[in-house]
Design a protein around this ligand. Structure first.
Ligand code: MTE
Ligand code: HPA
Ligand code: MOS
Length: 779
């Protein structure tokens, strides 16, 4: 018992990390009390913006007439390209991304102006009244068309090892083909929003929903012709980001700030869902041409893939996305002689951007598709072909880009899942079911994942934090990461609590704020908890060391032996309550706050040769999915999914399992029902939930078994944990290949169904028809 009558845990057993804890805002979320940007009480004088959008995919703007917009009810001002005080640019890397169209429009939905009115509704109505005369120009809408026209936002990339062509020619068996995998709308529940509040002496406060406050600060400073120190960007939380708020929150911040600066009034710009979907970029769709040679056992001897993606009208993050696709084509497989090409097609569509996995899923799906074909060609279970090609064994542990895989656990992980999911017996059951069921067909698939952790742009792998211990012993932590529901604050609070030996309940996390921690990276690449956790640990450790030194001054003993655990400090036989020691330390003038910093060691990357050590470590996982497909309607249902995921020594197993479940369902939506469709004029017609089908509760499998693989990170990550944000998005490849397996059963598994993603009902029916036609022709 401590002096407050609370039982004290044994210090050795005490841990604040590695234990399941509820999300720091869970209660606020369910009570509707968590403040999102639009919930912040509006200041007096606040006005509202709406964007006026291009109606053409590619056109010269002959003239703009905003007279009817200005005359509309409640309208205060209209601002277009000529009204921007500074730079007309919100591009994150290459400066090819105008805030407002300048002379030409490059996609349907491109912002041309902002109208500011007394109310949100008035602004939206007025935005439709602009009279714009266009002179239409030829538009490119698909990645294949972009490739044919050699229309790229950046030079194409190539990574090669060994002698592909020679190895391919010599291989006894070959597969060649093409595949298309569609893009994906982020569908964050909270749309894009920025609330810009002018401050004294050219100051600007921007409250917004963003994964990247520092980038928003730069963009706003440039747009206003000011310095970074004039701008403060704050984000307490997002209602989801999923990569869609890594760079693409910039437009909304810039437009709101320009209007607020000109009008000298607070301006809120909140996108309506349709506008959000029409204006912002999405996951990149990919088209692949592949050629793979293999031997009679199914071992890959030579692999070549030529990928082209729909980057959209500007570069945005397409370069790093394509790079990650190139670096994930290998997935869990050793490829000796390989050539990987990737090009970012410049198209007259939204500028595609980061989306959970960031090109990694798009790279890996291609090799999985090929392996699935090899297995069918050889009449073998795809799991056997996968296993045969896994990294591991003599000379088979170097990736095509030259990084040595030192932490490979895929073989053991898959073996564990194969057993726990009862894979072999269920394979038999599925075959038996299909023999007796002509219309409903079942399918089963196990797919593995290996995912590299770190920003593939090396300098982004850094983070900072500030930890304050107040005189009453309560603790406040601020770090450069942003909370989007993934639980970064919870994890960082746990790390700080662990370092200072207190319960997490004594720690509070504040909003991300560019005036607290400077020059932060986006919370992205699944590195948020890794980087900011280490930075916060560094800060908390400095405070603990000062407190320990002071405790030894008071009570004697060895500073190394001082222990902080269970809200107590154990020093030289004394047990002191943490707040008591803090109070004494304050009176003795010990600094009770600290900054902390972390930069991931050991990373390097040469973009010219596409080689180096881009990743700090790899995360592994695998999933088994069983589906039933209705061969008359093309509908499917996921019956059961078993997932095993390597979160290292998980910081918080409850949050990590939630991340795996969420990513799995989100990835399943991408692979199956979420279809983006543009009409001939280049207008995205699927710009609302009525036409764009994300998974619902009823699409989740009734039997969903998610477990964490018992492992410890071989790399010195935060408490030896591993990242969890993005990699599980690749696990529902198993759903896609289970569907392909079910379709394949229609042709007695003799024909490779030509199935593209998303495997919508229409796509499934087309694949069934193709299989039946091939069988009829005697395949
Ligand atoms: N989980 C929730 N609930 N909401 C999100 O927006 N974004 C994902 C993932 N999990 C996201 C999420 C993406 S794209 C990334 S990169 C990581 O969270 C970022 O957070 P982390 O690095 O702190 O894991
Ligand atoms: N992931 C997310 N964002 C990024 C990355 C990445 O790998 N590289 C640069 N920005
Ligand atoms: Mo995640 S796509 O890196 O924001």
């Amino acid at each position: 018992m401590n002096d407050a009558g609370v039982p004290v845990l044994k210090e050795a057993a005490w841990r604040a990390v590695g234990v399941p804890r509820a999300h720091e805002s869970a209660a606020l979320h369910v009570l509707g009390q968590a403040t999102y940007t639009d919930d912040i009480p509006e200041l007096q004088g606040t006005v509202h913006g709406a964007l006026g959008l291009s109606g053409k995919a590619h056109a010269r703007i002959v003239s703009t007439d905003f007279a009817r917009v200005r005359a509309a009810a409640g309208v205060l001002a209209v601002y277009a390209v000529g009204d921007i005080p500074g730079l007309n640019d919100c591009g994150p890397i290459i400066h090819d991304d105008p805030v407002f169209a300048d002379g030409v429009v490059m996609y349907v939905g491109q912002p041309i102006f902002i109208v500011v009115a007394e109310t949100h509704d008035q602004a939206r109505r007025a935005a439709r009244l602009a009279d714009i005369v266009y002179e239409e120009l030829p538009a490119i809408l698909t990645p294949q068309a972009a490739k044919a026209a050699q229309s790229y936002v950046l030079p194409p990339m190539r990574l090669a090892r060994g002698e592909f062509r020679q190895a391919f020619e010599q291989a006894p068996h070959k597969v060649k083909g093409e595949l298309y995998v569609g893009g994906q709308e982020h569908f964050y529940l909270e749309g894009q929003i920025a609330y810009a509040v002018p401050k004294e002496d050219k100051g600007m406060l921007v409250l917004c929903s963003t994964q990247h406050p520092s980038e928003m600060q730069h963009v706003v400073a440039h747009a206003l012709g000011l310095h970074s120190h004039n701008i403060v960007v704050e984000c307490r939380r997002m209602g989801g980001g999923f990569g869609g708020k890594e760079s693409q929150s910039a437009l909304w911040c810039a437009a709101a700030a320009i209007a607020a600066f000109k009008l000298k009034r607070p301006v809120k710009l909140r996108a309506d869902r349709d506008d959000d979907m029409l204006v912002t970029g999405k996951r990149h769709c990919f088209h692949y041409d592949y050629e793979v040679g293999y031997d009679g056992d199914g071992r890959i001897a030579a692999a070549r893939v030529d990928m082209v993606t729909r980057a959209g009208y500007s570069a945005d993050l397409s370069g790093p996305v394509a790079t990650r696709a190139v670096c994930h084509f290998d997935n869990t497989y050793y490829l000796s002689d390989v050539e990987i090409l990737a090009a970012c097609g410049k198209t007259n569509t939204q500028s595609n951007t980061a989306f959970r996995g960031f090109g990694g899923p798009q790279g890996a799906i291609a090799i999985e598709y090929v392996i699935d074909e090899i297995a069918r060609n050889l009449g073998r279970d795809p799991l056997d072909i996968r296993r045969l090609n896994f990294y591991g064994g003599e000379g088979r542990n170097v990736t095509p880009y030259g990084q040595v895989v030192i932490d490979n656990v895929i073989g053991a992980l898959v073996a564990e899942l194969e057993a726990s999911s009862d894979y072999r017996a269920r394979r038999e059951d599925v075959a038996a079911f299909n023999r007796a069921s002509p219309v409903l067909r079942k399918g089963l698939a196990l797919t593995p994942v290996k995912f590299g952790i770190a920003f593939n742009v090396t300098h982004l792998n850094q983070a900072g934090a500030l930890v304050h211990v107040y005189v009453d012993g309560s603790i406040l932590v601020n770090h450069g990461g942003t909370e989007m529901g993934q639980g970064i604050n919870t994890k960082v609070m746990q790390v700080v609590a662990h370092e200072l030996g207190v319960d997490m309940a004594h720690v509070r996390a504040t909003a991300t704020d560019t005036s607290k921690v400077a020059n932060t990276s986006a919370t992205a690449a699944s590195t948020g908890a890794d980087l900011n956790g280490k930075a916060a640990q560094d800060a908390a450790r400095q405070i603990r060391e000062r407190l320990a030194a002071y405790a030894v001054k008071l009570y004697g003993g060895d500073v190394e032996a001082v222990r902080f655990a269970a809200d107590m400090v154990f020093v030289n036989g004394h047990e002191v309550r943490f707040p008591e020691l803090v109070q004494k330390a304050y009176l003795a003038r010990v600094q009770l706050w600290s900054d902390g910093y972390y930069a991931t060691p050991g990373l390097h990357w040469d973009p010219v040769t596409m080689s180096g050590n881009p990743f700090s470590y790899f995360v592994y996982g695998a999933a088994v999915s069983e589906v039933v497909v209705d061969t008359l309607t093309g509908e499917f249902k996921l019956l059961r999914a078993d997932v095993l995921y390597d979160a290292g020594r998980s910081l918080n197993p409850a949050i990590d399992i939630g991340q795996v479940e969420g990513a799995f369902i989100q990835g399943m939506g991408w692979m199956t029902t979420e279809e983006l469709w543009w009409n001939e004029g280049g207008k995205l017609m699927t710009h609302a939930p009525s036409t764009y089908k994300i998974p619902g509760v009823s699409d989740c499998p009734d039997d969903f078994r998610v477990a964490l693989y018992n492992n410890s990170n071989a790399t010195d990550s935060i408490h030896r944990s591993k990242a969890v944000g993005e990699p599980p998005l690749l696990l529902p490849f198993s759903v896609f290949f289970a569907i392909r397996d079910a379709v394949s059963s229609v042709g007695g598994h003799k024909v490779n169904p030509p199935l593209n993603a998303p495997a919508t009902s229409e796509e499934i029916l087309n694949a069934i028809a193709a299989v039946e036609a091939a069988v009829a022709q005697g395949a």
